[in-house]
Design a protein around this ligand. Structure first.
Ligand SMILES: [Zn+2]
Length: 500
């Protein structure tokens, strides 16, 4: 609730008759009394709108002009009229114009899965929002592994708001609803227009994911799961029919005002990165906390991006009607003995995740079955085109070993590639370290379940390094490079590990 740097949205469960069902015990958020209509409405008694229709090669557009009546005794649902119009297979554009004394023009654009009403924006820009939403829905359907066609007839009424008072007057925004960014219920979502087109679009998709979860699964689960899932399925590149959801942004410029990484990086610098357990225990209300949204997103993404956890994540989504602690306890139980691996991957992810992060390069093979090193020499090539790479085994405390790096790799850079050796290219830096420098991470097998993670222990290996292991751990290496810039790297360094 405190300004543009924060993010708060809310969702509440509503049944198919669009009555509000309070989510759990939280009474602080706005609720719509049972039976109060919340669908798109237009005042009763208003003049029957004259209909002008035009027909061109690709689509017929109907523009309905109507006058907002000052008295709102009784209402009728506009959506029904729009649906009747769309039964002709046409794209409807409905514009309300109020008397000249109080100009409040609304535009309503109906797509396949969304009827969008806005008080600001060009028709083309609103059309783009509708097309984006319509293109995201089949991607959501695939992600949730719903039977093909499940969402064919699913749709929402969406309101993109500049002046909330206009929507209150028109009956589209219940007086009880107050939110700084967005709000979703079954079949309805509201988004306050943001300083960037990206962020407005992002919020529309984000609230759409909540509405979808309520419709399909009876709810969206506890806050970390609801917000993490909504974030993951709303971060996008492209617009309109080309939109691609579920990406990691490549640059800050691609997602203006989204801002999650900024706060997460600050926390990294402060050594205040939450443990996974802390995220799973987030309170029901996240109170505009952009950081909590970011870590929730990372947690859901972790479970979605490793194929072995994804079935558990999807099963959890289907228990969305349970926002309680039991939801997360069940999820953790289903992951079972692999939980320490999830925790270890969480440490790596939270230490690395930033613009340009690429899951293709950053999935780390770790296993609870990794054997303890028996002291025989290990020879391994650390590839330049991949992120953290484990030596494969685990190491016991008290072990003394020597690490010897050698070799060359090529790092694709503009204007020309750099050939690097383990110390790195010291005139060229990435992530505050020389480009191409060989890095070692001592990753403990066990993660303490306190509030914050112990900082990841990373050190350069520029020449022979003698090491005394002080905890049960994996040893991981990576060659330093900018995130998202490994695609054309070639070669790697040979690492030899011997007992001291
Ligand atoms: Zn949300």
């Amino acid at each position: 609730m405190n300004g543009a740097s924060t993010f708060q949205d809310s969702y509440r469960l509503m049944d198919r008759r669009r009555r509000m069902i309070p989510a759990g015990s939280d009474e602080s958020a706005a609720q719509v009394p049972a039976g109060q209509p919340t669908a798109v409405q237009t005042p009763a008694g208003q003049p029957s709108p004259p209909l002008r229709s035009a027909n061109d090669q690709s689509y017929r557009r109907t523009v309905t002009w109507s006058l907002r009546h000052p008295q709102r005794a009784g209402r009728r649902v506009l959506g029904a009229g729009l649906r009747a119009v769309s039964a002709w297979g046409i794209l409807a554009v409905v514009m309300f114009v109020v008397p000249a004394t109080a100009e409040t023009p609304f535009q309503t654009i109906r797509g396949k899965h969304i009827t969008l009403k806005a008080d600001e924006g060009s028709e083309a820009s609103l059309q783009e929002l509708v097309e984006t939403f319509d293109a995201a829905v089949p991607q959501w359907e695939r992600f949730f592994e719903l039977p093909a066609g499940t969402l064919d007839s699913w749709s929402v009424d969406a309101f993109v708001i500049r002046e909330s008072e206009l929507f209150r007057q028109s009956g589209d925004l219940p007086a009880e609803l107050n939110f700084p960014f967005g709000f979703a219920s079954a079949g309805n979502l509201w988004v306050n227009r943001q300083p960037s087109d990206y962020y407005t679009r992002h919020l529309l998709l984000h609230e759409g994911v909540h509405a979808l979860a309520i419709d399909q699964f009876g709810g969206a689960g506890p806050s970390w799961f609801a917000e993490g899932m909504a974030e993951m399925l709303s971060v996008h590149r492209g617009v309109g029919r080309d939109v691609q959801i579920g990406i990691v942004p490549q640059s800050r410029d691609a997602v203006p005002y989204w801002g999650r990484f900024k706060r997460m990086s600050q926390r990294r610098e402060e050594n205040r990165v939450p443990t996974l357990e802390s995220v799973l225990a987030y309170p029901r209300e996240l109170n505009s906390d952009v950081e909590a949204y970011g870590w929730s997103w990372a947690a859901v993404m972790l479970l979605a991006e490793y194929p072995e956890y994804r079935p558990t994540l999807l099963r959890a989504a289907r228990r969305g009607d349970d926002p309680s602690e039991a939801f997360s306890a069940i999820l953790r139980r289903q992951i079972g003995s692999a939980w320490p691996i999830v925790q270890a991957r969480w440490r790596l992810l939270t230490a690395t995740l930033d613009y340009g992060f690429d899951w293709q390069e950053e999935r780390v093979p770790l296993s609870i079955k990794d054997g303890v090193w028996n002291g025989s020499p290990i020879h391994k090539t650390i590839q330049a085109d991949t992120g953290w790479q484990s030596l494969g085994g685990r190491f016991a405390p008290g072990t003394r070993l020597s690490i010897t790096p050698e070799g060359r790799c090529t790092l694709a850079e503009e204007p020309r590639p750099w050939v690097s050796e383990p110390p790195g290219v010291t005139i060229h830096y990435a992530m505050d370290r020389p480009l191409g420098q060989l890095l070692l991470c001592v990753l403990p097998n066990a993660t303490e379940e306190s509030d914050f993670l112990e900082p990841l222990r990373v050190q350069p290996v520029t020449s022979r390094l003698d090491l005394v292991i002080d905890c049960h751990c994996w040893l991981l290496f990576r060659i330093n490079d900018h995130l998202g810039d490994r695609g054309n790297n070639r070669g790697g360094y040979q690492v030899t590990v011997t007992a001291e």
